[in-house]
Design a protein around this ligand. Structure first.
Ligand SMILES: [Fe+2]
Length: 297
């Protein structure tokens, strides 16, 4: 029987200003070019690997969840995910099609693995999903006026609380990702799946350390996440905030993505650029070699 295949991972920053730069056509401006050029490789890789579905680990910023009701982990199980105006002055993105059958398969596997997730049959996606999608598939993003031409992938959004403490630990997010990776590996459909993480790297938007960026720590994270994610999983959230800033905890999404890469993982491309807005911007592509692929090679 043909099973779904995890082809690899893409991780990128999701700063709202990127959406405004796309809307204003500033991709080649000197300020933006070093960031956007990091996507040349991503576009080539996606054109070669042709994923059918993107499982996207991200954190909502108040569009779908707010502080009054905030799940630790939430998984989308909708036919379609719409966005809405978040107030950043960026155009509202086109809706993305869901894959509810895959969503329910993942939810069943997660709950069986003792992750008691919130199930969302109605879920709005914010800039943490729509900006990475626009960066990864710019032609589809630009085709907004033609609703007949959808995004080239269906999505399963997996939302992680990085906003209201207590946050889940890095270790817990790595395990969550592993549970999802195992579930994708045994999904009996011929699907090519890319796992996506959005957010980070180091940044702090408020308080006495507003503007804080830690280049050395970011480099350590990008090095360790490939072969030694457990080394990063040992950090407490408190220590992570100290090293990476109060919003640097968005790296929880990266940990979950890494967990979902169940094969032999290697870094195919990395672009690190500071700053975009107040944030250390990173775009990375990860290969996920499975036994099956190794045998075929
Ligand atoms: Fe964010």
């Amino acid at each position: 029987m043909t099973m779904a295949k995890i082809i690899g991972g893409v991780a990128t920053t999701h700063v709202p200003a990127i959406g405004k730069a796309i809307a204003d056509g500033k991709e080649n401006d000197p300020y933006w070019q070093p960031f956007f050029k990091g996507f040349d490789y991503v576009h080539d890789w996606l054109a070669r690997t042709k994923p059918d579905v993107a499982v996207i680990f991200y954190n909502d910023h108040g569009l779908n969840f707010f502080l009054d009701k905030l799940p630790t982990f939430a998984v989308g199980a909708a036919d379609e995910y719409r966005s809405e105006d978040e107030g950043w002055g960026i155009p509202v993105s086109r809706a993305a099609a869901g894959d509810p059958a895959l969503s329910w398969h993942l939810i069943n596997a997660l709950v069986a693995d003792e992750f008691d997730v919130t199930m969302c049959q109605n879920m709005l996606i914010d800039h943490a999903v729509t900006i990475p999608m626009a960066l990864m598939w710019p032609t589809a993003a630009a085709a907004k006026a033609s609703p007949a031409k959808p995004w080239p992938v269906k999505i399963v959004p997996v939302e992680i609380n990085t906003v209201q403490h207590p946050l889940p630990s890095l270790k817990r997010c790595l395990k969550l990702g592993r549970s999802i990776g195992r579930a994708i590996d045994c999904y009996p459909q011929n699907l090519r799946v890319v796992v996506v993480a959005t957010g980070g790297l180091s940044h702090q938007l408020d308080g006495a350390r507003a503007g804080f960026i830690n280049k050395e720590f970011d480099a350590l994270c990008l090095d360790k996440i490939v072969a030694e994610p457990e080394a990063l999983a040992r950090y407490s959230i408190h220590d992570w905030v100290k090293e990476s800033g109060s919003q640097g905890v968005e790296f929880l999404n990266w940990m979950a993505m890494r967990g979902a890469l169940t094969g032999r993982v290697s870094e195919l491309a990395r672009n690190y650029h500071i700053p975009i807005s107040n944030t250390a911007a990173a775009t990375v592509v990860y290969d996920n070699q499975t036994d099956e692929a190794r045998k075929a090679a």
